[in-house]
Structures are given as C-alpha cells and as structure tokens.
Design a protein around this ligand. Structure first.
Ligand code: 26V
Length: 823
C-alpha cells in the first residue's frame, strides 16, 4: 500500500501536475484540456488536501497508539482566513506548486485570490483561535479545535451612499475543498423536555427525557504545522434533523410542518452572530452554544474511552480550553454526563471537571459579559439548570463558611444574579469550573483580578493568571509580506526565524545599515503600490505612493475611538485649508485608511462609518488639498484584506480608552511588518512599548489609573471647556460640511455636553501632539526606518508560539509529540 501512495506523495513537477489535473477531471468533472482559474484553484486545493490527509491520518494514529494528552480548544469562532498559501508554506511546497502550475499556464498568486475567505468569526477572539491552531500544530502539540460550521460567516460589508449595508456571506456556495465531511461522526443532541430524578448509591441522578433531538455531524479541516509532519484537526459541527422527515406528522398528512421541523434543526448552525463585545441573550445563540458543546464533549469522551478505562485518568489525557464564556455550557454538559450517564459521584465528577477545564476572558466590557436568563436555560436545558443550582448551592455554602455573614460577597460571587428576571452569570460559572483562568495581556489580567473578578481572585489567589496574546508569524509575516520575509531570511542567512521568532533579534544589527534600510524602504514602497492599486479598484480613489499610510482597521466600536481618529483628520484638513500654497508644500502628505465592520444593530458605530465616508467625499475631491490628505474607508475589512493592508502600513492606530481593549492583536501584526504605532497605554500596547521601547512608538492619552476620575469629572460637568480646535471640528461637522448631520448629531452633541464616556474630548490634545510628533519623525526617513527595523527585531514576544508554550506549560500540562516522518 505504501508504495502505491508514494506516487501521490511525489513532490516533483510531474506528480504535482498529475494530481491537479486528475482532480480537475475526476473530482470536479471538468475537462482537463481547459479549466478556469477557479477550477484550477479547487483542483490544487484538493491536491493539497490529499497530502494533508496523509500526515493527518499518521498524526492521529500516532496520538491514539501512544495515548497522549490532547488539548481541545473550544470556540464559537475560528476566523481562519484563506488556507491555500498558508498550507503551501507550512508544508514547504510553495515553490514546487508555483513552478508546476506555471508550467501548465497558471499563476499561483492569482489562484490565491480565487479562494473565498472563510470568516467564521467576528474579530480578535476568532482570529486568536486561528493563530493558536497554527502555533499548536507547529509546536507539535496534540490539539484539536472544536467549533461550529456556520453556513453564513460574518456578513459582507458594502458601502452604499456612505452607509454600511450587510450582505449575507454564503461562503460554501463554491464548495469547500479543505474540509472532509464525516457522515459517520454524528451525535444526537437533545433540547427542551423534562427531567426525572432518582437516587442511586446515595447520589441524586436524573434522566433527561422528551423534547426534541437534533443531530450534529462533524466536518474536519486539517491543520498542518510549519516545518513538521504533524497535522492537527479542526472539527466543526453542522446541525441536521434527526430524521429526514418527522414521519409522525408526515403520516398525519402534515407535510409542511414536517419540513418545518427539519428546517428548524438546520437553522441552528446557519449563521454566526455578528456582535462583537455585546450580548443579546437570544435563544438561538444559546442553542448554538449547547449544540456544539454537547457534540464536542461527547466526541472527547468517546476518544478518551477508546484507550482508557479509569475516569481518574481523564485530566491526564484531555485539557479543555474555553474561548471566553461562549462554550461555558460544555462544563455543565460534562458534569451531567459524568453524573447521570457515567454514574460517578458528585465529588469525583467535580474533581475531574475542574482539573481538565480552563477559561480565557477576552473583555472587561460589562455589556459583553454573558448572562442567560434562568427561565430560558430551564426551558431549553432543564437538567443543566438543576446542575447549575446545585453547583451554586455547594459553592455558596463554602463561601458562607469562609466569610460568615458577608452576604454582599455571596451575592457578588453567586452564579445567579437575583432580580425580576434571574440570570446565570456565565463568567462566574467558568471560573468555578476551571483550574485556571487567564486574561490576554498583563494590564487586562491585572484589571480582571482587581475589578470584575476581584472576589474570585481573593478566594482563589492562584487561579487567575496572564497569557499575553500572540499572532502567527507564518501568516502575518511570511505569507502576508513575502518580500519582507525574504529580506529577513537574507539578513539572517537562514529561514529558521519563521518557526523561532526570537531569531529576528539579530536584525537590530541592521537598524543603521544604509544599504539594508534602502531595501527596507523599497519593500514598503512595493507593498504600498499594491495597496494603492487595490484601493483604486475597490474604492475608486487614486492615492499617492509618497504619502504616509496611516491605518486603523478593526471592528468599529466607540471604545476603539475611530471617532477620535476622524475628528483629528477633520482638524488636519481644516488646518491645511488655512495654509498658503507654499506652506502646504511642507505638510507631510497622509493617506488615512479606516476599515472595519459595525455590528448591524450598533447605531453609533454605523454613524461613525457614515461620517468617515462623508469626510472622504469632501477631502478627496478638494483641489486645494490635492495629495496632502486622502481619506479612505476600506470596505469589508477581513483577514485577506488585512494581509494586504498591514504590510503596506507605516503608521497604525490602536487608540482605545485606557483599560478597555483587552489586548489587541493587530498591533502585534503591524509591528512585525515594520509599521509604527500611535497608541494609548492599553492592552498589549503596554507590553509592546516595553519590548520595542516607548521612544519607538507614539504613546499618548490618559493612563488607566486616571480614567475613572476623568470620566467622573466629565459627567459631573466639572470638565474644562472643549479644546478650540475640536470645537471648530464640531462646528464644521454640524454645519453640514461632510454631509447629513442628523445621524452624527446626537454623538457630537453628547461630546459637547461632556457625556463622553470614552474620553475623546479629554485625550484629543495629547493625540494631536502625538500626531505632530509622527509628522516630525516621518520627515527624518532614516530615523523612521530605524524605528521600524527595531520594532520588527523586538517583536518576538508577540509570536503565538510563545503564547502557546506558556499555555502548555502552566495551564494544559501537555507535551510536544513529534510525528516521525515517513521516508
Ligand atoms: C461577544 C459576543 C456576544 C454575543 C454575540 C457574539 C459575541 C462575539 C464575541 C463577543 C466577545 C468578543 C470579545 C473579543 O473579541 N475580545 C477581543 O479578544 C481579543 C483576543 O483576546 C483581544 O485582542 C481584544 O482586545 C478583545 O476585544
């Protein structure tokens, strides 16, 4: 058999071509004499999938025979981005495929653009999960991702008349050559119904009966590591009706209602909720959560039981990581199975649960902390509600013993928020069920220890710890910026830095090397040209190449302060307009690019998008201004857009109100691509400034310790009068200079009244000063590029490989398991 497979495995040109052309003919059923770029992309993807499956199978076989401990990363979002380029680079085949394709008349880079961008995530949290998958595989950690195979990913954003419109993203319409459907891996999932309690061996157990059953079917996507034979798995669940037709209603002649119940089942995994940092409490969302958690827990247990018979071994064989509270119900489902089905007693079950689960918090925003109404959980998952009450009962007893009479504390720590509509606090549940809880940057971790989780931190002083986020250098340097990657490899005389980012430190030696700096500048320029061409194509605005490219790309949210950015841009515009033509010559030309999606129901965020577009319309067509200032709203910001935008950026903005951005991860990507940061002392910016040096960034704004005072002063009307430059900006907006005033009016009006929760008016002056420093520095290109090179050379800490190593060491207690390479 192995000798037969050798032919498939060939890496020579003929083998690659044969495999692609065979897929054109036999998988796609197209003629091999003439196929489109899209057909060629698909066939190439199938050919790569074949290769991945060989290592995927060997990897899983090896893990099973050696009964190794595995990590399970549970996440409602995996924002993978395109897979072809990353796959080719990770398995070190890009060159072979490029040449093989060239020889039959296809350009590999063009094929990359044929791939849909799978966008099963909202933003930071989902993209982090994707970077972690890459690092886990690269570090040869036995790990599976588990999530939902949504039919519709995050909506496509189009701009009409300056407004955001949302278009459904049916990303599967052209098929998905990367996944493998697993019709044999299916689990029944129950909803609704009732419980019947009984006592057994002195333990109260229950049977959950009735309700309705939906099936979960697995779809696997191989996750290859960089420069290793290991290939991990991402398993996503799709919902299906339990029976093709509900025969009972069919026989009663109720054909339509039987089709309806089928549709209701399929509906569960149909769409990703497009909210980022806000919780709506919709039943369908809870159904999604339980659906995927139940299937995952059953799958994990089945795998454990294949090789093990003693439940006490479970924590040595599995570590389950909860990506925020979204998969919290997995913990309760696990407990339910241990007690009601596996017949363990409460103490054993709790110990196993607690030593195998851990939880990551990604936000301190109160509106994003999940709570579910007790009534809703009770209706949808009656047994789980009983168990949550039971957990809470035990826990409250303990708290009462430790702090007798401290009812305030008990109320704060309770899993249940009392009130007219009782709610379950999912974060409290997660903390209690986990042996470790982590924040995602030093500052964020300190804040959760001191604020939202203060009581828990007092109670469990060793539980909450920090794991600063990271990003994969494979996608974010090597794939996104191949020219920079090649230059680094040339300078280091070795490409090992791609798998060991610590090695880029050596670049520091080139920070003042004229010849190297020139190459550095040339690469940035080529990346800017590529972006300029793209912007002309999608936005229809021609932007100059010799301007400073200033970029803010992230979800649109008031706390991220895109509003402050555009208010400054208006100030800059008015200032340039006041100048004489001679003075205008001296201005550092800028292209300001803002991109990001607003949650469909988030009116203020949508108003900000409209304002940015309004400003662009005026500024970009103002002859007085010419090329000194351009303002672009880049539509439909997504992973593949980021891969073009980040390498072309020279300045990027990470300007959230201090204390509000948990970490940020694009800040890390920008630094790795030689972009300088203008930012507040928030999230991972703080650690970036520790690594690269504050002198190599443009830091401004109120510090986290000052925020509360400043806010109180603003709201009590004690604040100083509005900055005169800012007042002028408000006046120009309100006079209609940038289009319709009605949408933005309430926001501006509030700022003028001091209702400025995010401290835009407070930080404006220090922001302008930082921007002036940006201009001054940019005039000195040698200095600018030195800062840029130093940034890259000191970015190693922000590789997700470092992050994953820390999780393995202190949370998961799991080892590397390299798979022997067949020869
Ligand atoms: C909340 C909800 C509420 C219900 C609907 C769907 C949904 C989706 C996501 C969220 C919470 C989002 C939290 C989040 O993305 N946090 C970001 O996590 C990044 C990775 O740790 C971090 O870098 C960002 O600073 C943080 O905002």
């Amino acid at each position: 058999i192995w000798s037969l497979m050798q032919t498939y495995q060939g890496i020579d040109q003929k083998s690659i071509q044969r495999s692609i052309v065979n897929h054109v003919e036999y998988t796609l059923a197209m003629t091999r004499f003439n196929f489109s770029d899209f057909g060629c992309y698909q066939a190439t993807a199938f050919s790569l999938r074949d290769r991945l499956l060989e290592s995927w199978n060997d990897t899983n076989q090896y893990f099973t025979t050696h009964n190794v401990k595995r990590v399970y990363y549970l996440s409602l979002e995996f924002l993978l981005g395109r897979l072809m380029q990353n796959t080719l680079n990770n398995i070190n085949m890009e060159k072979n495929y490029r040449e093989a394709l060239m020889d039959i008349g296809y350009d590999l880079e063009r094929l990359y653009d044929e791939e849909v961008d799978p966008a099963l995530g909202n933003g930071g949290l989902g993209r982090l999960a994707a970077c972690f998958l890459d690092s886990l595989a690269t570090l040869e950690v036995p790990a599976w991702g588990y999530g939902i195979r949504y039919d519709y990913g995050i909506f496509k954003q189009v701009i009409r008349d300056g407004y955001q419109c949302e278009i459904p993203d049916f990303w599967l319409s052209g098929g998905n050559p990367w996944e493998i459907e697993r019709p044999e891996v299916i689990y029944p999932i129950r909803f609704y119904g009732y419980t019947e309690k009984y006592e057994e061996d002195g333990v109260e157990r229950a049977q959950w009966k009735g309700g309705e059953i939906v099936m979960a079917k697995a779809y696997d996507t191989p996750v290859p590591g960089y420069n290793t034979f290991n290939c991990n798995n991402l398993r996503l669940w799709k919902s299906l009706p339990a029976r093709e037709f509900d025969f009972q209603s069919f026989n009663k002649g109720d054909y339509l209602s039987s089709v309806e119940s089928k549709q209701r089942a399929e509906y569960i995994t149909s769409v990703l909720y497009p909210n980022d940092n806000s919780e709506e409490g919709k039943e369908l969302r809870l159904k999604q959560q339980y659906f995927f958690c139940s299937a995952t827990v059953r799958d994990v247990i089945r795998r454990f039981k294949k090789n093990n018979s003693d439940w006490k071994d479970f924590p040595n064989k599995a570590a389950l990581q909860l990506n925020d509270t979204h998969p919290a119900i997995a913990a309760v489902e696990f407990l339910r199975i241990l007690i009601d089905e596996e017949k363990l007693d409460w103490g054993e079950a709790w110990k196993i649960l607690h030593s195998s689960f851990s939880y990551t918090n990604h936000t301190v925003l109160p509106e994003a902390l999940e709570t579910w109404s007790v009534g809703l959980i009770n209706h949808l998952l009656p047994r789980h509600m009983e168990l949550i009450y039971l957990i809470n009962h035990f826990f409250m007893d303990e708290v009462a013993k430790k702090y007798p009479g401290d009812y305030q504390r008990m109320q704060e720590m309770s899993l249940i928020a009392e009130g007219d509509d009782k709610k379950v606090r999912m974060a409290n549940l997660c903390i209690l069920c986990s042996h470790k809880v982590n924040g995602v940057a030093e500052l964020h971790t300190k804040l959760i220890q001191e604020t939202i989780f203060k009581r828990f931190h007092e109670y469990f002083p060793n539980k909450i710890e920090n794991k600063t986020n990271g990003v994969t250098p494979r996608r974010w340097i090597h794939c996104a910026n191949p020219k920079l990657s090649a230059l680094i490899t040339e300078a280091l005389d070795d490409s090992e830095w791609i798998g060991e980012l610590e090695r880029v430190e050596y670049l520091e030696n080139f920070a003042e090397d004229e010849e190297f700096i020139q190459k550095w500048i040339d690469i940035k320029k080529q990346n800017k040209e590529k972006l300029a061409a793209k912007i002309e194509e999608v936005v229809g605005v021609k932007i100059p190449i010799n301007a400073l490219y200033d970029v803010q790309i992230k979800r649109i949210h008031e706390y991220k302060r895109q509003l402050m950015n555009i208010l400054y841009v208006i100030h800059r515009y008015l200032t340039i307009k006041d100048m004489s033509p001679a003075d205008r010559e001296k201005v550092v030309p800028r292209v300001v690019i803002i991109g990001g999606k607003a949650a469909p129901g988030y009116h203020n965020a949508k108003a900000i998008i409209k304002l940015v577009n309004g400003v662009g319309d005026i500024v970009n067509n103002d002859k007085d201004i010419g090329d000194t200032l351009k303002v672009i709203f880049y539509p439909n910001y997504c992973v593949s857009a980021a891969q073009t935008l980040i390498p072309a950026s020279e300045l990027s903005q990470h300007i959230s109100t201090a204390g509000m951005e948990a970490s940020g991860t694009s800040n890390m990507k920008f630094v790795m691509n030689g972009c300088l940061i203008i930012g507040t002392m928030d999230g991972a910016n703080v650690e970036i400034s520790e690594e690269v040096g504050e002198e190599n960034m443009f830091i401004f704004g109120a510090r986290v310790e000052e925020v509360n005072d400043l806010r109180n002063r603003l709201f009590s009307g004690e604040h100083k009068p509005i900055d005169r430059r800012l007042q002028r900006v408000f006046d120009s907006i309100l006079s209609g200079t940038f289009g319709d005033v009605s949408i933005i009016y309430p926001i501006i009006h509030n700022l003028m009244e001091g209702k400025d929760y995010y401290l835009v008016t407070e930080d404006f002056d220090s922001y302008v000063k930082a921007q002036n420093k940006v201009d001054d520095t940019y005039r000195d290109q040698k200095k600018w590029n030195m800062m840029s090179i130093l940034g890259v050379s000191r970015s190693a800490k922000f590789s997700s490989d470092r992050t994953i190593e820390e999780y393995c060491e202190s949370i998961w207690k799991v080892d590397r398991v390299p798979i022997p390479t067949p020869n």
